[in-house]
Design a protein around this ligand. Structure first.
Ligand code: NI
Length: 184
């Protein structure tokens, strides 16, 4: 297990569409474990593979940071039996309902939090790291994380939901992020 460096806004890999996982291998498990270490160290609640430079359809969620009453339903195993850490392989949204507006951040945008409207309830189907089916449905923050991380696999970033006016206001901060991304 190892902490990997997180790609920052401006890195073109964050705009790529991730490819489906065709085989659950030891390398995939290692990647997921590294992503969990990386997410925990960065104090994040979710992390998608492209954020550590791997354009495959995989993301992890730190369920330990999410209040249990937001879980509507959960079926399937979790990573190595640790209920706090969930790895979703080839996830897809099968249900989204309602709307919520709240502050959202992203580990690829350090210190940037913006109001984003998301569905209130999201249900995702995926497989675990052994290819077994897994389903999770959540509301509130959990729904927000489930769909935010899925967006990463499409090359979509949370700032894409902001108004032109808001993006104009954030122009200098975003430029600085891009510059730091190119520097390191
Ligand atoms: Ni993110």
């Amino acid at each position: 297990m190892a902490v990997r460096s997180i790609r920052i806004y401006g890195d073109p890999i964050l705009r790529e569409k991730a490819r489906p996982v065709e085989e659950t291998t030891a390398a995939l498990r290692r990647l997921a474990e590294d992503m969990i270490d990386t997410m925990i160290e960065a104090e994040g609640i979710g992390l998608a593979a492209p954020q550590v430079g791997e354009t495959v359809r995989l993301y992890v969620v730190n369920l330990g940071a999410i209040s249990p009453e937001l879980f509507q339903d959960r079926r399937g195993p979790s990573l190595d039996g640790d209920p706090a850490h969930l790895a979703l392989v080839n996830p897809r949204v099968v249900k989204q309902e309602g709307a919520q507006t709240g502050d959202e951040g992203c580990l690829s945008f350090p210190d940037l939090f913006e109001k984003v409207t998301r569905p209130e309830v999201v249900r995702v189907e995926a497989t675990d790291l052994d290819g077994r089916p897994l389903e999770i449905e959540g509301s509130g923050l959990l729904a927000r994380v489930l769909i935010h991380e899925l967006d990463h696999l499409e090359g979509t970033l949370f700032i894409d939901y902001l108004s032109k006016f808001r993006l104009q206001f954030l122009r200098t901060r975003l430029k600085k992020l891009k510059a730091s991304s190119q520097a390191g």
